[in-house]
Design a protein around this ligand. Structure first.
Ligand SMILES: [Zn+2]
Length: 209
């Protein structure tokens, strides 16, 4: 007997797809959305408008898979865009969710309690290897986390970090080509260009005693 037959409300599910840049997060999100459509589920997809990569009205993976998406400027706009279609939509995808404000966290919980399947893709860490926006909290609250690794562009090992190349210290630099590389722990250097070098100085080795 299903939950609905027993008179209990259906609950949804929160799935987080995360990892560094070039790990295939958007590709995995698109794959899941396409499978939902094949299963004749109503799908809605959103992305923050900070990501201008490739398309204004679609999400795109680096391997050129696309899925149409509505661009929203904030979580408030996302809520407004979702409201009129909330009755029909069963699966909701959000790409580049690291750029959304913290209000996405209670909204995600709310949507799951309304019975929606929410698929969130985003970076788990910044180029300084710090937790990125709401993604770590969403991971904690999710039913399932898929943490993808990329391939280290220096040595070929599995990569969990996003290395920024060049001088910018802004958190958001739009357009990935040439500005970032996936790196393994060994090859990742957050202090390149002077960032964080003071935190990473080696402790002096004492030989006394
Ligand atoms: Zn490496």
């Amino acid at each position: 007997m299903s939950a609905q037959q027993q008179g209990r409300p259906e609950v949804g599910r929160l799935e987080v797809i995360t990892g560094p840049m070039f790990s295939g997060k958007s590709e995995e999100l698109i794959r899941r959305l396409k499978r939902a459509r094949i299963a004749r589920q109503r799908v809605a997809c959103f992305k923050p408008d900070i990501d201008l990569r490739y398309h204004r009205s679609a999400i795109a993976s680096h391997s050129s898979q696309t899925h149409e998406a509505e661009t929203v400027a904030s979580v408030e706009r996302l809520r407004e865009a979702l409201a009129p279609q909330l009755g029909e939509v069963e699966v909701i995808g959000i790409d580049e969710a690291q750029f959304l404000d913290e209000a996405i966290i209670p909204l995600a919980v709310e949507l799951v309690h309304l019975g929606k399947r929410l698929l969130v893709a985003g970076l788990d860490t910044t180029f300084a290897a710090e937790p990125f926006g709401p993604i770590p909290a969403l991971m904690a609250l999710s039913d399932e986390v898929t943490k993808l690794s990329a391939v280290c562009m220096v040595c070929g090992a599995p990569a969990i970090h996003t290395q920024r190349l060049g001088q910018s210290q802004e958190l958001v630099v739009v357009g990935a080509a040439g500005l970032y590389e996936a790196r393994c722990r060994r090859c990742f250097h957050p202090w390149v260009d002077g960032f964080g070098s003071e935190q990473l100085e080696l402790l002096p080795v004492t030989t006394e005693g």
